[in-house]
Design a protein around this ligand. Structure first.
Ligand SMILES: NC(=O)c1ccc[n+]([C@@H]2O[C@H](COP(=O)([O-])OP(=O)(O)OC[C@H]3O[C@@H](n4cnc5c(N)ncnc54)[C@H](OP(=O)(O)O)[C@@H]3O)[C@@H](O)[C@H]2O)c1
Length: 217
């Protein structure tokens, strides 16, 4: 499959590399057609890895991962272009963290709205699926990194077929059916995005990011 990964940070590189490893073609998008970090990633990821602008990647991809800074996701998707997003599944991994006042960051949207809903409203013809945003990127693409098989990943979205497509990709990453929890429509992303303040405090307390949510009961 041709997959656009919008974002040149650790998340974009980690997801992009895993998708290439799984046999997909990946184009990493950024604000520049000649992004140093994206070029370095593509050189290390192999023949099926390419780079381009957000618009280049989104127009080429059959499915689009949003791995951009949550504070700038709407700007990044605006650069990708509505015509290049319409009809496509957008896998939204971003969190709306505002670090402008330092740590801990605030959420730029919460309670009665979420970044995922903002993206869905901005691109009503795209099919947004929020997932993977509640854990560190190393765990996203390799859940076996953590001992025990009981930790989970959430899926939120309005379109059942899109959620099925994303669930298939999650299974390829290594998530079992029991570990994948469909929370419901895209408004359920409010809960997973609002987990981040707690995630960040757990990370500070433990001194590492090697943990995830397990549901007991
Ligand atoms: N780190 C994790 O393990 C983790 C876990 C869960 C969720 N997340 C979420 O995943 C997302 C990616 O995280 P990350 O740490 O890999 O990267 P990041 O530093 O949060 O974001 C990097 C990307 O944001 C783009 N960007 C920054 N400012 C922009 C602007 N003004 N306009 C348009 N695009 C802009 C950058 O574009 P350029 O490429 O052009 O520089 C780059 O592609 C974030 O939303 C984060 O909250 C991260």
């Amino acid at each position: 499959m041709r997959i656009a990964v919008l974002g040149t940070g650790n998340v974009g590189k980690t997801i992009g590399s895993r998708l290439v490893e799984l046999g997909h073609e990946v184009t990493m998008g950024s604000r520049s057609a000649d992004h140093e970090g994206a070029n370095e990633w593509a050189a290390s990821a192999g023949d099926n890895a390419g780079v381009g602008t957000f618009a280049d990647a989104a127009s080429w991809g059959e499915i689009v991962f949003n791995c951009t800074s949550g504070a700038h996701t709407l700007d990044a998707l605006g650069l990708a272009g509505a015509d290049n997003l319409n009809g496509k599944v957008i896998v939204d991994v971003a969190n709306p963290l505002d670090f402008s006042e330092g740590f801990p960051p605030s959420l730029s949207v919460k309670d009665t709205d979420s970044l995922a809903e903002q993206v869905q409203r901005a691109y009503p013809d795209a099919r947004v699926v929020k997932t993977l945003n509640t854990m560190n990127c190393g765990i996203m693409v390799d859940p076996s990194k953590l001992d025990g098989g009981d930790h989970v990943v959430f899926v939120s979205g309005n379109d059942d077929a899109a959620k099925a497509d994303v669930t298939a990709l999650l299974r390829d990453f290594g998530w079992t059916a029991d570990q994948i929890i469909d929370l419901g429509d895209i408004s359920t992303a409010r809960g997973t995005e609002m987990f981040l303040p707690l995630w960040l405090r757990i990370m500070r307390s433990r001194g590492n990011a090697d943990f995830n949510i397990a549901i007991v009961g």
